[in-house]
Write a protein that binds this ligand. Structure first.
Ligand SMILES: CC(=O)SCCNC(=O)CCNC(=O)[C@H](O)C(C)(C)COP(=O)(O)OP(=O)(O)OC[C@H]1O[C@@H](n2cnc3c(N)ncnc32)[C@H](O)[C@@H]1OP(=O)(O)O
Ligand SMILES: CC(=O)C(=O)O
Length: 549
């Protein structure tokens, strides 16, 4: 028996148009070009670039891609129907669309009678004419046309006869695709599936050979489910965005739609060799749009395959299928084992392996490390955010740590000066530190614009004399969390520090009722781990405590 070819679903990305309608997102021309090129490389067949004529940036974007076209994808220009009581040819907005020079144009029209009379302030007949004229005009100008039926599901529920007439007119005008939009995102999957089925029946009765698409919004948290429901009813195009960005609560998240369709339902969306680049694409897009990636996003989030509970980790070590719905590698993500007070011996073993440390479950050191971990977490340490500190703890318990330096004491003096601090003053703290390296003692002093900065500077100043590598280390993040707020100013403080040497990042933690002491612990471990990474012979095996940037 020969296997039939999987049915192709045309993925239509609107990150650069509907995605950019998300509150808080502002894309530059360069951002848009970078995202378009990445999506093109991923193999997305349709990329909606924006609304040329709506703003100068979108005009420039299309000009730019006329000069240097995308390699594979069809670039699509987006717009509305012509304005009421004007011919399409005299509509300036449609002239801007033609000037964008794309083969494909998507235009949206009103499906819901309420929108025609109250939004557009025109008649139902004029709206039908606007839809047909716009499609016909664009076709007459050599464009291929996708029709987005805005508010399709609400409109169909309120007035199905009129809503179906709007689709008939788009088809009559020459639209090659009809896309049903759940614009307000309020439709539930069973309602949506029923309506898509009814539209299909209507198309069959009329003998239309026009494929259907779906454009769901996420206001009921149903956009992905709705996209899938529509495909199962016969839709062959899904319009959505990377990471689900979009107006209000967003659009269907293509990073979930694609793997669900391809890996679970057997449809074909992307080439298999490109599907493994989905996670990287999701993160690159979040980087370019300057929005923190959602660690807990299904499929592509950093935590999507992170195992924390000891029971989970133990089972995953035996067979990942026990707690994973698919293999992380299939979409370019990776399995991670998280270390915390929820851990069991299996977490410790998995972490040891990733640090390049050989450890057996029956080794008493394994249980000691676990106990120490739980005690420290109880005191307020948090190792899931500070894996470098955990690696140091493990190596120390196993007698594998190296003593790079010993702090013999330090003092910090803060001069708060006048009641209103002088904003031009760059230092108001002075730290003195006594360090021993080998058999040499060194006393150093440094200033800083705060006590932690002064202490950090004094310690580096001393160590750089012995270890020039320290000159390449710098702090990339410093987070302070009060652990028991009810204790007021005597509360325990947790400090998390991220450090880097330009190539690798690592995180360390300190806890104390004294914020300076907590910072000191984290800073000292950051330097120790940096030296271990740079100078230790085991550097190459360590992959988890450190993150390659
Ligand atoms: C469901 C969607 O996401 S559709 C896409 C929505 N995206 C955007 O709106 C982003 C880009 N938009 C813009 O830059 C501007 O709104 C523009 C350039 C399109 C129009 O700007 P303006 O001319 O200043 O109009 P404004 O934004 O105030 O109002 C929208 C106009 O479009 C009209 N309109 C709305 N839908 C349609 C339609 N399908 N066909 C024709 N006209 C429409 C409205 O009736 C209103 O016209 P009016 O000003 O003559 O009453
Ligand atoms: C067209 C579109 O973006 C919508 O109806 O949501």
């Amino acid at each position: 028996m020969t296997r039939s070819q999987p049915e192709a679903i045309w993925i239509y990305d609107t990150t650069l148009r509907d995605g950019a309608q998300r509150e808080g997102m502002a894309l530059s021309l360069e951002d848009k070009l970078q995202i378009a090129r990445r999506l093109d490389k991923l193999g997305i067949p349709f990329i909606e670039g924006g609304w040329p004529g709506a703003n100068p940036k979108d005009v420039q974007f299309f000009w730019h891609l006329q000069e240097e076209p995308l390699e594979n994808a069809k670039l699509v220009a987006f717009c509305s129907t012509r304005r009421p009581h004007k011919s399409a040819a005299e509509d300036k907005m449609l002239q801007a669309i033609l000037a964008a020079g794309t083969e494909w144009v998507t235009f949206f029209g009103k499906s819901w009678d309420l929108h025609v009379t109250e939004g557009l302030h025109t008649t139902l007949d004029e709206n039908l004419a606007m839809i047909e004229d716009t499609a016909r005009y664009l076709r007459s100008q050599g464009r291929r046309v996708i029709y987005d039926a805005e508010h399709w599901f609400d409109g169909y529920r309120k007035n199905p006869d009129y809503a179906l007439q709007t689709l008939d007119r788009a088809v009559a005008g020459g639209a090659e695709w009809v896309v049903l939009c759940d614009t307000n995102g309020g439709t539930l999957p069973h309602q949506l599936a029923q309506i898509v089925g009814e539209v299909k029946d209507h198309f069959e009765r009329r003998n239309y050979r026009i494929p259907l698409g779906i454009h769901p919004h996420n206001d009921s948290d149903m956009a992905v489910a709705n996209a899938i429901a529509a495909v199962q009813e016969g839709a062959t195009m899904v319009q959505g965005t990377i990471n689900g960005y979009g107006e209000r609560c967003g659009n269907a998240n293509l990073c979930s739609v694609i793997p669900n369709l391809q890996l679970k339902l057997g449809y074909s969306c992307l080439a298999d060799e490109e599907l493994v680049n989905l996670t990287e694409t999701s993160r690159l897009v979040s980087e370019v749009v300057n929005l923190a990636p959602d660690d807990h996003a299904p499929f592509v989030g950093r935590s999507a395959f992170a195992h924390k509970g000891g029971i989970h980790v133990s089972a995953v070590a035996r067979n990942p299928l026990t707690y994973e719905h698919l293999t992380p590698e299939s979409i370019g993500n990776q399995r991670r084992i998280v270390i915390s007070d929820q851990a069991g011996l299996s977490n410790v073993l998995a972490k040891a392996r990733s640090f390049g440390i050989e450890l057996e479950k029956n080794d008493p050191a394994c249980r000691q490390i676990l106990q120490r971990l739980k005690e420290l977490e109880h005191q307020g340490y948090q190792f899931e955010g500070a894996e470098a500190s955990f690696e140091l703890l493990m190596r120390s318990a196993l007698g594998q740590s190296q003593s790079w330096f010993t702090i013999q004491g330090f003092q910090v003096h803060c001069d708060m000066g006048a009641p209103t601090p002088d904003p031009t003053m760059t230092s108001n703290a002075l730290a003195t530190i006594k360090v021993k390296v080998g058999d040499r003692n060194l006393l150093e002093v440094a200033e800083g614009n705060g006590p932690v900065a002064a202490l950090d500077a004094a310690l580096r100043k001393a160590l750089v004399k012995f270890y020039p590598e320290v000159g390449n280390f710098y702090l990339t993040d410093y987070k302070v969390r009060i652990l028991d707020g009810t204790a007021g100013t005597s509360a325990k403080t947790r400090v998390l520090i991220e450090s880097s040497d330009g190539t690798t990042r690592w995180k360390t933690v300190g806890v104390s009722t004294n914020i300076l002491d907590a910072s000191y612990q984290a800073v000292v471990e950051a330097l120790e781990y940096g030296l271990f990474l740079t100078l230790s012979s085991q550097t190459e095996e360590s992959t988890v405590g450190a993150i390659v940037t």
